[in-house]
Design a protein around this ligand. Structure first.
Ligand SMILES: Cc1cc2nc3c(=O)[nH]c(=O)nc-3n(C[C@H](O)[C@H](O)[C@H](O)COP(=O)(O)O)c2cc1C
Length: 365
């Protein structure tokens, strides 16, 4: 079967994608302590502008949002200015780029908060370790947020969404996946609250929906706003699934429908591990719950992506790991050229080596 369908354009809301190949968000941990992306990030992202859409690495909405050392921020003027260098470079190559808005919640460590505890819906300790400046350290039991702190975090998202607009992004993606703060509220495995943000499904989705609404208000509507979900993933933190993924995430998507989002970005299965979705979350389920574009993700090859788009299970597919060592991934998938592989030590931390110095294929005459 031909893969031609991957190279056809599509609109996701107001976002014009020149092909169906999306660059998935990739944390690369090369920012300063102050959350400023390095100057060579502009070249890194511009090299990948052939993607139909670039989703930036997850970007902290506030100091409290941080959970990993050397990740960027989007809450102040210096950060906006640094990101402006990136969006200018991507636009100069004809690319389209959204910023991923992030709050890590309990997947964090006191080292990133001057010794204070990370915050979460409930005081439940994740399994595993946090990435700090001094290396990996065990996760701790987080502090449960007070009810009146939650609307303030919504305002942090609003400010970050405004900053992203000032920085020249084409839109934003709300990161409600991979068991960070928003997904910690959604799932009954991590949310044991008994206030208006916990208990029933309506209560558990209240904060994420308030966040998305605030973000769409900053962007004058939903057509440049996407959301990322991962109902089937257990990482990080060995986080148990919700007890009723189809019911809970179905209620969330139903509540989001009136906001007219540009797209829903679905991590299928366990991130980077396997593609099996929880029971009931098949393509018919997602089509029933989403009016706009669906971007699939997780372990796709070009062939599987073309087949899934052809069968209308998804409208576009994002690739994560393949974009690390293949800046011209779109061209390679088009020509069937071999893919380079990035050794893991280059994934997180370091400078431009193993980041913005991966060569494109030699040009043939
Ligand atoms: C190095 C690395 C960093 C990642 N950072 C993020 C991130 O910042 N935000 C996010 O939502 N997912 C992140 N992910 C998950 C990817 O976006 C993607 O879901 C995952 O790699 C599966 O897609 P793939 O099989 O095409 O790589 C990261 C994955 C890797 C390998």
């Amino acid at each position: 079967m031909s893969n031609d369908i991957l190279f056809t354009p599509i609109f996701a809301g107001a976002l014009a994608l020149r092909n169906r190949i999306v660059m998935a968000p990739l944390t690369r941990s090369r920012s300063s302590e102050a959350g400023i992306v390095p100057p060579f990030a502009a070249e890194y992202y511009a090299q990948r502008a052939g993607a139909g859409l670039i989703v930036s690495e997850a970007t902290n909405i506030s100091p409290q949002a941080r959970g990993y050392a050397m990740t960027p921020g989007i809450w102040n003027a210096q950060q906006v200015e640094a990101w402006r260098g990136v969006t200018d470079a991507v636009h100069a190559r004809g690319g389209t780029m959204v910023l991923q808005l992030w709050h890590t919640g309990r997947i964090s460590h006191p080292d990133l908060h001057g010794g204070e505890l990370p915050v979460a819906p409930s005081a439940i300790r994740p399994t595993g370790q946090a990435f700090t400046r001094d290396g990996l350290k065990d996760h701790v039991t987080p502090r449960a947020l007070e009810t009146d702190e939650i609307p303030r975090i919504v305002e942090d998202y609003r400010n970050a969404a405004r900053c992203a607009r000032e920085a020249g992004f084409d839109g934003v993606e709300v990161h409600a996946a991979n068991n960070y703060l928003l997904e910690q509220f959604i799932r009954d495995s991590t949310n044991r609250r008994d206030d208006r943000y916990g208990g029933t499904v309506e209560n558990r989705i209240r904060f994420p929906v308030d966040v998305v609404r605030a973000v769409t208000e900053e962007w004058d509507g939903g057509d440049r706003v996407g959301i990322r979900l991962s109902p089937g993933t257990t990482m990080p933190g060995e986080t148990p699934l919700d007890s009723d993924p189809a019911g809970t995430y179905g209620a969330l998507l139903t509540a989001l429908k009136p906001l007219g989002l540009a797209y829903v970005h679905m991590i299928e299965g366990v991130t980077q591990q396997k593609r099996d979705q929880p029971d009931g979350l098949d393509a018919a389920w997602i089509r029933r719950h989403v009016d706009g574009v669906v971007i699939g993700n997780n372990g796709y090859s070009a062939e599987l992506a073309a087949e899934a788009i052809g069968a209308r299970r998804v409208d576009a597919v994002s690739f994560g790991r393949p974009f690390i060592a293949n800046p011209d991934l779109v061209e390679r998938l088009r020509t069937g050229a071999p893919l380079a592989e990035a050794p893991k030590p280059y994934w997180y931390g370091g400078g431009s080596t193993g980041y913005s110095d991966w060569p494109a294929m030699p040009k043939t005459a």
